[in-house]
Design a protein around this ligand. Structure first.
Ligand SMILES: [Zn+2]
Length: 150
């Protein structure tokens, strides 16, 4: 866990991740998926058995950190629990499916206000999702990568 300074305030709050099982590492951030030894299907988040051939268990598999936007939409409403809304309320987000090569991963796209296009290059990052009794809860997201070759 890391400490983080909240914007505009002197309060230091603990930084936690939304669900540790989603991450292979925090710094640098990497996502933990599962890969089937039977048919090579990759699933994120990992699960007990393969959704294609039912083989079990799945092997640990670390996903790529860069990919392209496969499709996206504007998320106008906050997700259902266990997602929690910060006291600042909900602000609409860009929500995308990102092609990481092995698998499509759903996540927020940042910056939210960008006019996103299918095929935009992105890289993995983390963003604050809400604040609760544990601290500032971060989740993974995909950030526009202006430096990536087209
Ligand atoms: Zn399989």
């Amino acid at each position: 866990m890391q400490e983080s300074q909240l914007e505009g305030g002197a309060v230091t709050q603990r930084r936690v991740t939304v669900d540790a099982t989603l991450f292979a590492s925090d710094d640098p951030v990497r996502l933990a998926a599962g890969r089937c030894d039977g048919c090579a299907t990759v699933v994120f988040p990992s699960q007990d058995s393969c959704p294609r051939c039912s083989h079990r268990p799945l092997a640990a598999h670390v996903l790529a950190t860069a990919g392209t936007v496969w499709t996206w939409t504007r998320q106008e409403f906050a997700p259902k629990p266990p997602f929690r809304v910060s006291r600042d309320g909900w602000a609409p987000k860009a929500l995308g499916y990102v092609d990481l090569g092995d698998v499509l991963v759903e996540g927020w796209l940042v910056p939210s206000a960008r006019a996103w296009r299918i095929g935009d290059r992105v890289h993995l990052t983390t963003v604050p999702a809400w604040t609760d009794e544990r601290g500032v809860v971060h989740t993974f997201a995909f950030e526009f990568d202006a430096e990536a070759p087209a």
